[in-house]
Design a binder for this molecule. Sequence first.
Ligand SMILES: Cc1cc2nc3c(=O)[nH]c(=O)nc-3n(C[C@H](O)[C@H](O)[C@H](O)COP(=O)(O)OP(=O)(O)OC[C@H]3O[C@@H](n4cnc5c(N)ncnc54)[C@H](O)[C@@H]3O)c2cc1C
Length: 549
Amino acid sequence: MVNRQHTRILILGGGFGGVYTAMTLERLLKRDPSVEIGLVSKENYLVFQPLLPEVISGSIGILDTITSIRRLCPNTSLYNREVISIDPKKKIVTTSSGFQPRPYQLEYDHLVIALGNITSFVGQPGIQEHALPFKYLGDALVLRNHIIHALEEADIETNPELRRAILTFVVAGGGFSGVESVAELNDYVRAGARSFRNVNPEEIRVVLLHAGPLILPELPEDLARFAQRLLQRRGVEIHLNTRLAGATAEYALLDGGERIPTKTLVSTVPSGPNPLVAALPCKKENGRIVVNEYLEVPDYAGVWAAGDCAWVLDRKTGHPCPPTAQHAIREARCLAKNIVATMRGHPKQAFAYRAIGKLGALGRRSAVAEILGVKLSGVVPWLLWRAIYLMKMPGLDRKIRVATDWFLDLILPPDIVQIKTEKSGGIGREHFEPGEVIFRQGDRGDRLYVIVDGEVEVVKEEFGKGEIALARRGPGECFGEMALVSDTPRTATVRSRTSLNVLTMHREAFHGLFAHFPLLRSLFQQLIEQRIHVPVQFKGEHHAETGQD
Ligand SMILES: Cc1cc2nc3c(=O)[nH]c(=O)nc-3n(C[C@H](O)[C@H](O)[C@H](O)COP(=O)(O)OP(=O)(O)OC[C@H]3O[C@@H](n4cnc5c(N)ncnc54)[C@H](O)[C@@H]3O)c2cc1C
């Protein structure tokens, strides 16, 4: 460990909470050489999440929602690493390794925890595997690409059932982020469809699922009803009092048992605690760290928390502050002042903030807002929304870029180019409900499956005889290897018998391992010989008729 001469304030998290703490500290400390400000973040940029839904429609560019942390906080040491553990007793934070497989340890005198929360799908079968989350910059890019891919597929698909599923887009969560996302998605997919010769906008179905009786529960009822009616007029089908209960590659499963066939499921709910926060031995409420009025963690001296991961009591209402950017920024500023006050022996100030309003964009020049008790809907709050967010956007260069994007978006048609970002496949996870076909005889062998839990049946379809049952496979067994090793079409159909979770390995990854790892090759050789009772000839060689998968 380095012998430090200065006080180190270490901030964890490069979101609104972390970055605004660093910015305020820089302003207050004015390059004081006795203090080092350090910030650990997985990304080297701050994402302006309120504008993220606009990335879906491309009305602003993907890079225009982010700002470099180094530019915002030039006097802060940025550790562009992932935090892997916090030891508040020893006052040490350990980060992931970089180019060398060596973790990095950072001591601190003051620690600011601003790690946000995560979208957590634990306990909902298939959602982790098949729903697209919407929280980070990468999520917005993946979703936009996926929508364009769906339109491309629909343009050439002739099977009516599959077309319906491809052109059905489901968003779960009727809070601000879900409503703003569904509004942008709906506008984009309907406008974009005009550039596809074989996609009729009438075929498009956009569905919003919301667990409560009215969307946007954060807003007064009449504004929420206005937003609901407007979205419905624009073609969004809203299912109220409906929860997303599960998902497969083929459909979204609702809690009442209804299944919506879809190839696009977006989930903005629910939020869960960051695993690092969950592991911290301190008092928590709803997974958030309980702090006192000065934003200190009472269990540990010198530890502070702000933003979505902190449980900050609003002393006027008696409720916790909501997880919003507005609150994260105010908490960060107050907390930074209190750290400096503590170092200088000055009195600390209690956190107090009353938001002056709430704004929600609904796409195509409309929004809803409640500002200082005044309720607004339509184009006026939309202009206000854009003006406010432009003002709040950190960095002059980003303000100019966003303003230019918005101007161009008024006069140009929506962009429908897809940016392919996928690397050749690796390991994935998939979930199936009982009775689903995982692959069919004659399909291309595109992946190997390893059963985590559940059971499948392997059947062969023989002309004139129907289906012949060949085998059953359960946890710890694999299937789908034959078509991969022999590079021929699937020789059997595999169907889930029960609810099923599998690990999948894409053919490229499988072939890479297979080619360079002789042990794996002989293991699969033995396995296949056991299954078909015939010596096996691998890829490129003539292979025996097997009747296996
Ligand atoms: C789509 C969307 C729209 C929204 N719209 C609005 C809006 O209009 N108005 C509003 O006020 N709020 C809005 N919000 C909410 C707002 O964005 C959050 O409340 C705010 O970002 C919280 O800030 P934070 O710093 O606490 O957390 P975050 O912004 O989540 O930042 C957490 C940071 O910690 C980093 N991190 C996490 N784990 C680790 C680790 N192990 N190692 C290193 N770094 C780590 C993350 O990478 C991230 O940089 C929206 C949110 C979303 C998702």
